[in-house]
Design a protein around this ligand. Sequence first.
Ligand code: ADP
Ligand code: PRP
Ligand code: MG
Length: 215
Amino acid sequence: MDLILALSKGRIFEDTLPLLEAAGITVTENPETSRKLILPTSDPGIRVLIVRASDVPTYVQHGAADFGVAGKDVLLEHGGEGLYQPVDLHIAKCRMSVAARAGFDYETAVRQGARLRVATKFTSIAREHFAKKGVHVDLIKLYGSMELAPLVGLSDAIVDVVSTGSTLRANNLVEVEEIMDISSRLVVNQAALKMKRARLQPIIEAFERASAAKA
Ligand code: ADP
Ligand code: PRP
Ligand code: MG
């Protein structure tokens, strides 16, 4: 029974390679140089699909991939239906934060009950965060370069992932509130877990052992 793994190019692919190695699996083509979207591995029964980071849960949910790796941010936005999330892989670590222009007094605006315009790709996370705080927000959906929005008056604040903080600094923005820590999870199709358990279980366990060291 073949196994299909869904990964996104870039940091998730790079950080998953050592976990695959720990399970005895080597990806034999590089997605940065190959135009192929289905990559072979050293195991003829395992192939890797290269998809957009936010599409990983969709491929796994529908069983087009048996398993995948996705950020907690992406999983919260997707909703996680049909997905089993057995392992926090402790890779692609960052945090979800609110940021604003250096001159914007976020605390006072919140305290005074101002209505905030918030630009983000993460509308579910942002909606829930501000609802919990009782802050009224107008959410503006963007698909990237969120840091630009406050600079050109599109929004008062943004909700985005922050790691080193250098993107915020480079754009004269400051982190005004941390919402949650983010890392990537192994996600498994629930039906595949039952039907292909014998194939999947050793890989899940190898991922678990290899990622525990990074916790
Ligand atoms: P995208 O093309 O969707 O931006 P990325 O490869 O940049 O895809 O992000 C994949 C996942 O990695 C995100 O869902 C998030 O969990 C995490 N991530 C995003 N940016 C960073 C970062 N700067 N440092 C560490 N992890 C990050
Ligand atoms: C991500 C994110 C932030 C940045 C934060 O962008 O969207 O812009 O990282 O990281 P930092 O705090 O270390 O600067 P990414 O590098 O994924 O580029 P992207 O726009 O292609 O998603
Ligand atoms: Mg990115």
